[in-house]
Ligand binder design. Sequence first.
Ligand SMILES: [Zn+2]
Length: 402
Amino acid sequence: MFATKHGTKQFLSAKKISLVQRYVHDYLQLEVCGEKLKFPYVWLRDNCQCEQCFHKSAKSRILDWSKFDVNIKPKDVIKDENSVNISWADGHTSQYKVNWLKFRSFTPESQKRYNETIYKPSKITWNNKNFTDIFSKHDYNEILNSDQALYDWLHKLSVYGVALIQNTPDSETAGDAIVEKVGFQKRTHYGVKFVVQNVPNTSNVAYLSSNLQMHTDLPYYEYCPGVNSLHCLVQTQGKGGDNLLSDAHYVAQYMKEHHPDQFKLLSETEVEWCDIGTEHGNEFFKLYRSPVICLDSKGEIIRINFSIPQRGSHFPGPIELVKPWYEAHSLFFELNQRFAANFKTKAGEILIFDNIRLLHGRNAYEDNSNNVRKLIGAYIDWDEVYSRLRCLTVKLKKVDGV
Ligand SMILES: [Zn+2]
């Protein structure tokens, strides 16, 4: 027996009712394995899985919205152990599997579980003190041949923002196979791939042997490449050429706690990122305005932009903000240097890192014919990485009810 919100009682066979259910206002309430779950009627009707409302192979909603009633109420609800059947006031009927509903439950715990397993794994911040503990190393061939190895590498990359691939063949195209396991390269005006080595009269400061100050790549792109891959083909044997990496999420959190005013300035003041020049015969003039620390509506960091060479000289904010902003910028730079990890990749290693979270740089090295350094760079979007990670999560059956 169950009661509708109007108090009418209906009798169903005892077999059909294994769990308590009742209507309260605009929700269907279910008790599944002792857990009380609520589902809004409007949401249930919108997510009807029948073939008139949902296209199975396209996995897309096809119901006619012009006929949709947001105040829809059920006429009748029948539940057995594995499914819920609803007859709606307009005559339509819907059926839902209990597991399917449970996976989409609105409880905070359930939403947290979904975020963690399917949406995006939570990030864990780090600094130079614990960098060696979080810096994971993965094998080139294992990633190409095992879904589990591919998953492990991408999961570590998404959680810590950095992961290293070892034992890569000595070829300029070896990194392509890894990128293809994920998705595809992101092309920029520097090409599909780019070579980092000393080039006199260069179009980019990365192509010099001098000290490369810590930065994010291409902040002047609105659709900024998310992941940076640097395959080390030849590493300088002399002093210098060390990689510097800093978790700017850690630094931003540190600033928020210890220097809240400077944190506010860097997260609210837009600056102009800029790159002007010619590469491969193509002219470019890229501009993008955005703060150094970009936050979403919940105050979570969604993107870091930082590049001394590629910050333009036009300051889009009011004049009074200029000096305080520079002070905050200086502090951010100093803290990233203070908390940066320092190491040197070897030939055969691909350093992969989150370009919109980490700052990276390089110490100066001496470039001469006996002491060269050559890296092959490429970018991948986070959309592709998260997409592959989700496909693997489903394939490797890491969650139930997707
Ligand atoms: Zn339907």
